[in-house]
Write a protein that binds this ligand. Sequence first.
Ligand SMILES: [Zn+2]
Length: 342
Amino acid sequence: MKIVYSDQHQQHDPQQFMVRGRLKRSNEQPERAALLLAAAQSAGHAVVSPDDHGSGPRAAIHTPQYLHFLETAWERWQQLPDASDEVMPNVYPFPGQPATYPDHLVGQAGYHMGDNACSIGRHTWHAAVHSAHVATHAAELLMAGERAVYALCRPPGHHAYPDRANGFCYLNNAAIAAQHLRQRYARVAVLDIDVHHGNGTQGVFWRRADVLTISLHADPHFCTPFFTGHAHERGEAEGLGYNLNIPLAKGTDTDGYLQTLTKALTTLRAYAPGALVVALGLDAHERDPYQALSVSTDGFARITTEIARLGLPTVLVQEGGYLSDDLGPNLASALHGFEAGC
Ligand SMILES: [Zn+2]
């Protein structure tokens, strides 16, 4: 399987991430991509560099106001008195209440940054842009005839909404790939197997029937993002019925996961998409630092084999999965399993 990768993410290294009131270095570190790349290469997969696909693909998903904010926020932040080296919000609009778009950068940060897990440093915009190029390039290779392509995206993207960063994500790579594939296919599906709900992707396609979004994830009753990912969220207007959330109980193992995946794949087959984007998180693993679900390393192969049996042209987009000795083997297992199911 071809792997698309760019080293332009490396200087994006967020130092501030708030967990239960404590600031620490982000879990979403450059070393993740180094481990993933090494594992994919040693499994024999060929690495391709992405072209510059311009601003069109990201502008097809994100608002001009948000893109301008992301591109300029760090430089503007440095001009504020006594500002930290990274942009971080500390004031937010209230849901359902009137909110005027603020002139002041501190207000804009709260408007466009949903939590304290998406700080913006000097190199964040550059890394996010190149991560989106990786996803776009993978979609292009698919449309040129590849059966499956793996996009090694960093930073990840599935939490990013059209106008809001959160959860280590800035530009929604999986949504960008799906939208790009719409040039060729009338219907595209996104299947998110990251341990966290793909809230941003749900938000992007919430009112649309041309992109089916399915997410299997740790139940938001006990796991972030808490506010979304519940089974009753089905989409709105034309999109009603085209969003499927499948929350899983804490500690669900590989067998339990596969039983639930069957339900997702039945929905996917009935939709009959022309192409598939898999938001490939590896953080459902039993030894991932998040400790929410208990999928084994071999379990990732069993999961991706079932997905490959759909027979669809597929882009696998890297999402979460955090530093542990298992991260590389988990990716190798997922890619091997997909090829075994083709
Ligand atoms: Zn995740």
